[in-house]
Design a protein around this ligand. Structure first.
Ligand SMILES: [Zn+2]
Length: 390
């Protein structure tokens, strides 16, 4: 079986990645590595992770030894994966109603994910989360209704045994299971999101997240134990990712609670090194070694013209050697944030970009905002240290 485990997105991706308001038009920063395009539907790109294609091939081949025909088996698997995809479109289309764009829908072996450009508010999250399972219930209802109307229903116990005549009924039951499974109130899953949204009506959002995440980790442990006892490897995987996802949601909500209302300037790196336009990659490499800094602003006089990060530097060195100029390899499309921007807003941007943001007021460079520094800031704030909100 296949679960559409949206929650897994949190575990698979960098925290906050999903909630990325992308101010920059850098396509590779918006995509998950290892995926292939499968076109788009309703204007939303659909991609498959390569491991998903492996699983698909495996399931089709595995089913060949069963009692049903190869065709019926392939149809069954394709229909279930199609249902998972439609489930994701349920999320994506309701998000659109709230003005939240879906960057892409990605199919993983353990389920699909709809990556939204930013996190919905708690009230919106309720409807976005419930839309996925609702799609599965509608599919199940329509198919079962059709079977009942045409007198083709067989008892559910018989439908468990795979055969060509009960194919449609199995697809219907598969959708029923998908919908119910995703309603489990374990936070990164749809049910957990619904639970958080309901809890948030009566208490602060951070507290609601914390409580829902605690229930999520608890359920993941129970699910994992059950999977171990019954030797269900697949379920064990899911339990593992739910656990990771719930822990991450919790960490993110704590991060959010201590960064909300705090300006970027309170957590930025204010002592840093820069590169000059005319310097070479050798100079940059020396600076990389001599400091703990990973991203270097490149200046032309007082003006910031770009940024050279560790990855870009290594790539440039391999490509053009140490005597090439930094100006030829720097990133001119760097991310910049205002010193008075809310840290809670800047945090997911930095997490998604995987590089530092330059803190700039008009044309002057004030500091760097890095993931490492943000982590340190959050830790210190939890201990009662760090600069208080101005
Ligand atoms: Zn879902």
């Amino acid at each position: 079986m296949c679960a559409t485990l949206d929650g897994v997105r949190v575990a698979i991706m960098e925290a906050g990645m999903e909630s990325t308001p992308t101010p920059r038009s850098r396509p590779d920063a918006q995509r998950i590595a290892g995926t292939v395009s499968a076109g788009s539907l309703f204007g939303i790109p659909v991609r498959f992770h390569f491991t998903f294609l492996l699983l698909f091939a495996f399931l089709v081949a595995f089913g060949l030894s069963g009692r049903q025909s190869a065709l019926a088996n392939s149809l069954f698997i394709a229909a279930l994966f199609g249902s998972v995809l439609l489930h994701e479109f349920g999320h994506a289309l309701v998000s659109r109603r709230y003005g939240i764009r879906t960057l892409e829908i990605v199919m993983f072996p353990i389920g699909g994910i709809a990556r939204l450009e930013k996190n919905p508010g708690v009230r919106e999250e309720f409807w976005i989360a419930i839309a996925g399972p609702a799609v599965n219930f509608v599919i199940a209802g329509a198919l079962l209704g059709y079977l009942a109307a045409t007198g083709q229903m067989v008892p559910f116990e018989e439908a468990m045994e795979a055969s060509a005549p009960n194919l449609v009924e199995r697809i219907a039951l598969g959708n029923l299971i998908l919908g119910l499974f995703n309603l489990l109130p374990a936070l990164p899953m749809d049910g957990g999101r619904i639970l958080r949204s309901l809890l948030a009506r009566y208490r602060p959002e951070v507290e609601a997240t914390r409580l829902a995440a605690r229930i999520g980790t608890g359920m993941a442990v129970l699910m994992g134990l059950y999977a171990l006892i019954t030797f269900q490897i697949f379920l064990l995987f899911i339990a593992f990712f739910v656990y990771l996802g719930a822990s991450q949601e919790r960490a993110m909500s704590i991060g959010k609670s201590v960064t909300q209302g705090v300006p970027v300037r309170a957590a930025m790196v204010s002592q840093f090194q820069t590169l000059e336009h005319g310097q070479t990659l050798r100079d940059a490499a020396n600076l990389l070694l001599a400091t703990t800094q990973q991203d270097f602003p490149v200046l032309l006089g007082d003006r910031v013209t770009g940024m050279l990060g560790r990855q870009g530097l290594l790539r440039a060195l391999a490509q053009d050697g140490p005597d090439a100029y930094v100006s030829g390899h720097m990133d001119r499309d760097f991310m910049r944030v205002d010193p008075d921007m809310d840290l809670a807003e800047a945090m997911p941007m930095v997490a998604a970009a995987g590089s530092a943001a330059l803190v700039m007021h008009e044309d002057s460079l004030l500091g760097l905002l890095t993931a490492e520094n943000l982590t340190e800031y959050i830790l210190l704030r939890q201990m009662g240290l760090g600069k208080e909100p101005a």
